[in-house]
Ligand binder design. Structure first.
Ligand code: HPA
Ligand code: ZN
Length: 327
């Protein structure tokens, strides 16, 4: 239909994609072979069959296992390049990629190896695909704040290769307040700040992320729907939410897309965006998320499509001269 064509072809930004979550099973096994890594799955089919998640943790266990095949700089490049080719097909004009250095440094891979491989793919994405791209370093919240601080320190020689920091991994029991000092340091360094909050955690975690970490965007934030006071604040302050519809269904945050709170968030005046989170694991890239959500909202049309695309470009950290190109 015309609407499907519009959704697929309109220019959009992707602001919530974990690049390790873009590793398709075929590439996981190719890299395992290249690097001599043995996986606890017989093959691509067996791995895909294990993608039946009941909550965030059940996903994270498999996601970290998949990332174990990444060892060389070229592996990080190949992973990001595969994503950029999909992004270009989806008419993504700008992407801000999350990456998890601690997942790799724990296996003896240096932060520099990770960042240089990803950064080179970002440069090539701009030059060969016309996709502007930047990196956001995420701290794993199930680890300590001291671990986050030393990760930041280790990454500082590559300070110019990432634009900001985020907070991801297991949310429950790991509130934003645990990372107040490291986020304050990142603010002093002039880094943009975002955090996952209100995916599985309560609305109070969204408030902590805003008040204690001083984040500019909330990743997920869907449980904000439970607090009318928070909803009013997010609308008034136009805090962008990077919402991931297919992720929320796969991780049982919502029962199905017809029950997803995104339409209510949008109607309440929040700066909502649509994103893919971990597309290789959750059954779709950015346009799949748009198409699936719009299929569950038959009353939606071009107005909502443009609003969501415009929100994504407006919520990006792209510099003014880049934004001017999109207007
Ligand atoms: N939530 C928390 N951590 C993550 C996610 C997510 O959706 N994806 C990858 N790491
Ligand atoms: Zn995420």
């Amino acid at each position: 239909s015309a609407l499907r064509g519009l959704l697929a072809r309109m220019p959009k930004a992707e602001l919530h994609i974990h690049i390790e979550g873009s590793l398709e099973p075929e590439l996981i096994f190719a890299l395992a072979e290249r690097n001599g890594v043995t996986l606890p799955y017989a093959g691509v089919e067996a791995l895909r069959a294990a993608y039946a998640f009941t909550d965030l943790q059940s996903f994270l266990d498999i996601y970290y296992a998949g990332a174990s095949v990444l060892l060389q700089e070229q592996d990080f490049y190949d992973m990001a390049w595969a994503y950029f080719e999909k992004a270009a097909q989806d008419h993504v004009v700008h992407a801000e990629l999350f990456f998890d250095p601690q997942t790799h440094t724990a296996r003896g891979v240096s932060v520099g190896t990770v960042i240089q491989g990803l950064s080179r793919a970002c440069t090539d994405a701009q030059q060969r695909l016309g996709v502007s791209a930047s990196l956001i370093l995420c701290f794993l919240r199930h680890l300590s704040e001291d671990d986050a601080l030393s990760t930041l320190e280790d990454a500082l020689p590559w300070r110019d290769h990432f634009i900001g920091v985020g907070l991801d991994s297991s949310e429950r029991g790991h509130p934003p307040s645990k990372f107040a000092r490291v986020f304050a340091r990142c603010g002093e360094l002039g880094l943009h700040r975002v955090a996952h909050a209100g995916e599985e955690g309560p609305p109070a975690y969204v408030e902590e992320a805003l008040d204690l970490l001083h984040v500019e965007r909330i990743d997920h934030g869907v449980r904000s729907i439970e607090s009318p006071a928070l909803m009013q604040r997010l609308a008034r302050e136009r805090v962008p939410l990077t919402v991931c519809p297919l992720s929320n269904v796969k991780l049982c945050v919502v029962p199905d897309l017809t029950a997803h709170p995104l339409p209510q968030l949008l109607t309440a005046g929040l700066a909502v965006t649509i994103n893919s989170d971990d597309p290789a694991y959750f059954g779709g890239y950015l346009n799949d998320n748009f198409l699936a959500l719009f299929a569950a909202q038959p009353q939606w049309g071009a107005r909502e499509a443009y609003e969501l695309a415009r929100n994504s470009l407006a919520a990006s950290f792209a510099p003014p001269q880049q934004r001017a190109v999109w207007q």
